[in-house]
Design a protein around this ligand. Structure first.
Ligand code: ZN
Length: 369
């Protein structure tokens, strides 16, 4: 059994379901392993027992190749599991458990490759960012990005989220907005004496749903999307509702001006609507012709024997905050987990892909300029 598989299994046996997270149970043994290999480790606590870890190897003045992964997992869901989700069972060439694909296998591959690189006297500086609370809105990465000097210098970033080891380099962002409409309550037998907040929200919902984002289109990521996803109003049948709340989900393109876009939507919702920004996460795109990424794609093709690409992922990653914090560095999303296994009951990861990811990451470390 390979070192990376053993480490994946060790991490799977330490539950880090978020909430509550308890990511320290996984991050501390990883920090010990990295320190023993010569990495300098710094912790930034999101909350007690929930550290983010920044581990650095090599000359701190030279820009590093950075890797990132999160240690929290989503809950198990209501459906029963066939296997113990916290045992790290291996069967039929797969390792099973919550977080096997998303993304303890990816973290294990990063740490295994980094320790081998250090042991072999590799010259490339490496920075590893292990985060807490990714699954609840990228909280750990968001916090790190806001702390001056928490991150070192880096020239490129690899995110080990599940892609089945196929390279991806873009995703749309996520913005959640909530609009609250106030009205005036009255008996439903005399609605003219009230102001119906629900009707104001309903009209705004239709205006918002018709918003086309200015017709913009990305050649690979396609069009932005907007979904009016929530509406709540009225506590009984016989009153004019005096408050209504609308929620919407926006998937902007990476180059969108989010301030301007949110301003346009607020204008569409109307002056009576009170805006609350719930999530604001920019999209991500690196041109595959960018020199580091182009070289990285060659390394991946050599290691996997295929030039197939995932290109885009349907989710946001910690790179939404880490990539800008590193100064907009080229970013590759590639990890051994299966994209389709993320957040699933009976989640698994192919054992061979974990070892393949170690080889890919080592190749990226060796070829880094
Ligand atoms: Zn993930």
């Amino acid at each position: 059994m390979s070192e990376a598989l053993e480490l994946t299994r060790q991490l799977l046996r330490l539950p880090t379901v978020n909430p509550p997270g308890d990511e320290g149970s996984c991050i501390e043994p990883l920090a010990a392993r990295l320190e023993a290999a010569g990495f300098a480790c710094r912790r930034f606590d999101l909350a007690p027992g929930r550290p983010n870890l920044v581990a650095r190897f090599g000359d701190p003045r030279r820009p590093a190749l950075a890797f990132t992964g999160h240690l929290d997992t989503v809950p198990l869901g209501e459906a029963p599991w066939i296997r113990d989700p916290f045992a790290g069972e291996v069967a039929d060439g797969r390792v099973h458990g919550r977080g096997s694909s998303d993304m303890k296998s990816g973290v294990a591959a990063i740490v295994t490759a980094a320790c081998r690189h250090a042991a072999a006297g590799g010259s490339t500086p490496i920075e590893i960012v292990l985060t807490a609370a990714e699954e609840t809105g990228l909280e750990g990465a968001r916090q790190l990005a806001g702390i001056p000097q928490s991150l070192g210098r880096a020239a490129a970033l690899v995110v080990a989220e599940p892609t089945g080891n196929l390279p991806a380099f873009g995703n749309r962002g996520t913005v959640w907005l909530e609009f609250t409409f106030e009205g005036k309550s009255a008996h439903a037998s005399a609605p003219e004496q009230g102001v119906n907040a629900l009707l104001g929200a309903a009209e705004a919902a239709l205006r918002l749903a018709a918003f086309d984002g200015g017709g913009v289109r990305h050649p690979v990521l396609g069009r932005p999307s907007l979904t009016v996803s929530r509406m709540a109003a009225g506590s009984n049948f016989n009153s004019v509702p005096d408050r209504a709340v609308l929620g919407l989900d926006l998937r902007p393109l990476p180059d969108a001006d989010l301030d301007a876009l949110i301003g346009e939507l607020a204008a569409l919702a109307g002056p009576a609507a009170r805006l609350r920004e719930v999530v604001r996460c920019p999209g991500l795109w690196t041109d595959p012709a960018e020199p580091w990424l182009a070289a990285a794609l060659e390394v991946v093709a050599e290691a996997t024997g295929t030039a197939a690409r995932q290109e885009t992922v349907p989710f946001n990653t910690d790179a939404a905050f880490l990539t800008p914090a590193y100064g907009g560095v080229p970013t590759l999303i590639l990890g051994p987990g299966e994209l389709a296994q993320a957040h699933q009951t009976d989640e698994w990861c192919e054992v061979a892909k974990i070892d393949e990811a170690v080889e890919i990451y080592l190749g990226l470390m060796r070829r880094f300029r």
